[in-house]
Every structure is written in C-alpha cells, then in structure tokens.
Design a protein around this ligand. Structure first.
Ligand code: C2O
Ligand code: CU
Length: 510
C-alpha cells in the first residue's frame, strides 16, 4: 500500500524538544461514581449501579507552556473517568452524546466517510475486552448523533483485568478516539485482591497515546493530498501523552506501585523502559494476571494492548526515574525519601491458566490480513479474509465451541488483531511462503512454529500478527449469541474496511 502524500497542516507543528519537561503533574483520572441505582430487565432480582457518562467538547492544557487544546472526552475529561467494578457486579452506563454536530477533525477522508452524503458526528462506546451481550457491545453501525444516548449494561462476569472504553462509530473511530474519547474500565476480583498487590493510591492507570500537536496546541489529524490514495493509512504523532499530558511527572514514595499501561494510540506502538535499569515486573496482560511475574527491561505495546506492571521504587529514594519510549523520556517518577511502610506483596505465583488444547477446536479458520488488489495495480488492500465490511458475515462460530483462527499476514507490517466478546490464547506464530500463497493459496510453512513468549502466554484480546507469519489463536466462544466484530486495531485500518462482523450462533442443542 502506498502511503499518500499529506496536506500540510494549517499551523506549523510543535517541536516537542522546545518544551520544558516534567513541569506538569501526571493527571490521575477520577473514579466514576454511580448516579444512583436502577432496575434492568436482564437482572430481575437486583438493582444496578447506574452511571451517566456524557461526551462533551472541552479544552485542556496538554502542557504548562501550550495554549489550551480543544478535545472531546467522557465527562469532559480525556482520559475519561475510570470505571471500577468487581467481578459479578453488573452495572448500567448511559452513554450520552452531548458533542457538537460538527467534528473538529477532518471527517470525510476515508472509505466510509465518503459514503456519507452528510458527514456528521456519531458515537458509540465499546468496552474493549468486556464480555457483554451484543446489544451493549457498541456495534459500529449503532452510532448515534448528538442529542441521543444509549443505555448499556455490563455483566462484569469475567476475571479481573484492565479493560478500556473508547468510541467505535463506523468510519470515524480514528477521529473520535484521536479527539479524546477513551478511558479505563477496571474489573477486580477476590482472587486478585487476595494476592496483596499494590492497591489504592499505589495502583494507577497509565494511558499512552501519541498525537500530532501544532504550535498553537491544536491537534492535527493528517489529511491526504492525493486523490488516488484518499485515506491516510496510519497516524504517528510528534509527541506522547501520558494520561493526557505531555512529559508529566509523578511524585512517588519509595515503595511498589502497580501501573496499568494501556496503549490507546491510533497506530503507534510503544517501546517502554525505565531509566537506572529499573525493571518492570509484568504481572498481567490484556485479560488479567499472568501465571507468574516476569522481570522485563522493555515492554512493547501495540495499539489496544495492555501490560500490568509492578515497579519497585524502594531503592530509588531521592532520585528520579524516567519512563522512556525508545530513547525519549516521556514521563518522570520523582521518588521521595519519606518512608511509609509498604505492606504490598508481589507473590511468586499469580494464577494458573489452563491452556486451550488446539486439538479440541471444532474448526480452524484461515483468515488473510491484506489482499493483493489487482484492480488497483496490485496494491495491497487492507482487508480481512479478502472481505469488506459490507460483505455478508463469514465468521459464524457456535456459542460455547472452541475454535482456532489462523491469521495469514500478507502485508509488510504487523497488525494488532482484536476480537470482541472473547478472550483468547496465542498458540503460535509460524513463517510461511508468501509466493506459494499468492500462486494458489496453499499454506506452505518455511520454518518451525514459534511459541508465544511468556508475556504473551496469558489471556489476550489483541494479538500482534507479524508479517510473513501465520499467527494462530484459540478461543472458547462463551457469551450471548449475536453480532459482534473483529478487526485490526490500527484505527486507520479499522475505519477503512479492516474490520468484519462476526455472528455468534446459538449453541447447538439435541
Ligand atoms: Cu478496542 Cu473493536 O475495539
Ligand atoms: Cu491493520
């Protein structure tokens, strides 16, 4: 796929090295509070906490020395308030669209935008990684205009995990998330709490994204200048925001902290490390705890992936520790020297994870990522299984069955592939012969299968499908029948047909 030439931004872009680093405190998103209790027909014998999350336009300073930036956010914040719940405690959220009718970002420069005669703002919220009935999942075509709202219910019937909520409206997800529509959704459970991991003030979400920021503080979203390549295939920023700030700092105590790292970027991945050779102890991935903590000097996160880490600052009193993305310091932890007793624990084992046996799968679906588009001079079309969004459903697993899906990546890039509703396990990645595939679509492996590294061996909901590889995952389709989606979590790809519906069919009985 050829990258289009981009139109020049109206305002010159900011040179982030001109900013003074570590002058703004890291914002910690407030915890959302229920506005009351309500009944819901899906839960006849209990009252549910009811939350109201209003999407609004607002302005915020990304840095002390920048003018305020227009943004969109839940409850007028970006990241939005953190939803915090326990397994087995369902809740209701009223997602209210109180946004302006006009987008402040260029709305119609993509496949689905061009189809709209009246490009208008629509939103629909999806909780990434949540097991929810289809009607509350945030189906892209369920987007609604300003002045409307959607009442969704979340069963919270799943293991403790760091989930996140974000917009999912058809064709403009990349713009709505870029504008600021995302936040953290934490599910806790008694098993995890019994481990005594750092909690309360010492358990913090750290939400990372990059943005193109102009000198006047405005967000710039790239627009193609090239009529033959109308949509922009990726968006990489000139600066990284941590919980919505540029180069923030956080005062910490000399003790253990739990940081829930979430990559909410459109297309960029983060390559994270700490200065002074302070290691991360990775305790969790997308869908909760790993079997054992892993000592890692670097953590790579693709869009939508999460890593739960414990960082121990107890030997660093009086010093500063920087968080790096590649070689750039993006935030600073200032370790104070006052001692308060750290009663948290980091147990040697966290939980046991039973591996899904791929042989128990009723079906293996072979699905291509990217397809050679002969109509377009052999350019690569970013499709899934060679199909567009509007093509009839082809993935139709049965409720409670086990399937494996094999992603055959025909493109030159890794893509983060996400399925709604289910958690999965990565079985392996295996190199294959692209020429043999292109000649007659036979899958000829050219090397042995590679097992996932330990940090990818827990429960996942987003997997990096590497170029030249077949990436195989296994899942048990628990959940309610209905229409869900799977897609690439590069938001530019997702908005331009690298997303497909899937239908969970009712369990076969008798
Ligand atoms: Cu993070 Cu379909 O979404
Ligand atoms: Cu992609």
């Amino acid at each position: 796929m050829t990258a289009p030439t981009l139109a020049a931004p109206k305002e010159p872009l900011l040179n982030p090295t001109s900013l003074t680093r570590f002058v703004d405190r890291l914002p910690i998103p407030p915890t959302a509070h229920a506005a009351g209790k309500r009944a819901h027909p899906a839960y006849p014998d209990r009252m549910l906490p009811y939350y109201r999350m209003e999407m609004r336009a607002f302005k915020a300073r990304l840095h002390r020395d920048l003018p305020a930036t227009p943004l969109w956010g839940y409850s007028g914040l970006s990241p939005g308030p953190t939803i915090d719940t326990m397994r087995g405690e369902p809740l209701l959220i009223d997602w209210v669209n109180a946004l302006p009718t006009q987008h402040f970002l260029p709305i119609d420069h993509n496949l689905h935008g061009a189809e709209r005669s009246q490009p208008e703002v629509r939103v629909v919220t999806h909780v990434h990684g949540a097991r929810v009935p289809a009607a509350s999942d945030g189906y892209p075509e369920d987007g609604y205009a300003p002045g409307h709202s959607a009442l969704y219910h979340y069963p919270s019937a799943q293991d403790a995990a760091t989930l996140w909520y974000h917009d999912h409206a058809m064709g403009i997800t990349r713009l709505n998330i870029y504008a600021g529509l995302f936040g953290t959704f934490i599910v806790r459970d008694a098993e995890e709490q019994a481990l005594g991991l750092p909690s309360g003030d010492f358990d913090l979400p750290l939400i990372l994204c990059d943005r193109l920021i102009a000198k006047d503080g405005q967000l710039y979203y790239p627009v193609s200048d090239d009529p033959s390549a109308p949509w922009v295939t990726e968006c990489h920023g000139n600066a990284v925001l941590c919980n919505g700030k540029l180069y923030p700092y956080l005062d910490v105590e000399p003790r253990r902290y739990r940081l829930r790292l979430i990559n909410v970027a459109n297309t960029s991945f983060f390559d994270l490390s700490l200065s002074h050779e302070v290691p991360f102890k990775q305790i969790g991935s997308d869908q909760g705890l790993l079997p054992v903590p892993l000592t890692r000097s670097r953590i790579e996160l693709y869009p939508a992936e999460r890593a739960d880490v414990v960082v121990d600052f107890s030997d660093m009193a009086g010093q500063s520790v920087q968080l790096h993305h590649r070689s750039e310091a993006i935030m600073e932890f200032r370790v104070h020297d006052h001692e308060r007793r750290d009663t948290s624990a980091l147990p040697a084992t966290l939980r046991s994870i039973k591996r899904i046996d791929p042989a128990s799968a009723v079906r293996d679906r072979v699905l291509t990522l990217g397809e050679l588009d002969d109509a377009n001079g052999n350019a690569m079309a970013m499709l899934l299984g060679g199909k567009r969004w509007s093509d009839p459903v082809t993935e139709d697993p049965r409720q409670n069955s086990i399937e494996t899906w094999s992603f055959v990546n025909l493109t030159g890039d890794a893509h983060p592939i996400h399925l709604h509703l289910v958690r999965f396990q990565v079985i392996d990645r295996r190199p294959f012969d692209l020429f043999a595939w292109n000649a007659d679509r036979t899958l000829k492996f050219t090397g042995p299968a590679q097992l996932p590294p330990p940090h990818e061996a827990g429960w996942k909901d987003t997997v990096r499908a590497d170029p030249g590889m077949v990436t195989r995952i296994a899942m048990h389709f628990e959940g309610e029948p209905g229409r869900y989606v799977w897609h690439c979590h590069f938001l530019e790809h997702e908005d331009n047909d690298m997303m497909r519906p899937y239908q969970l069919l009712p369990e076969q009985t008798g």
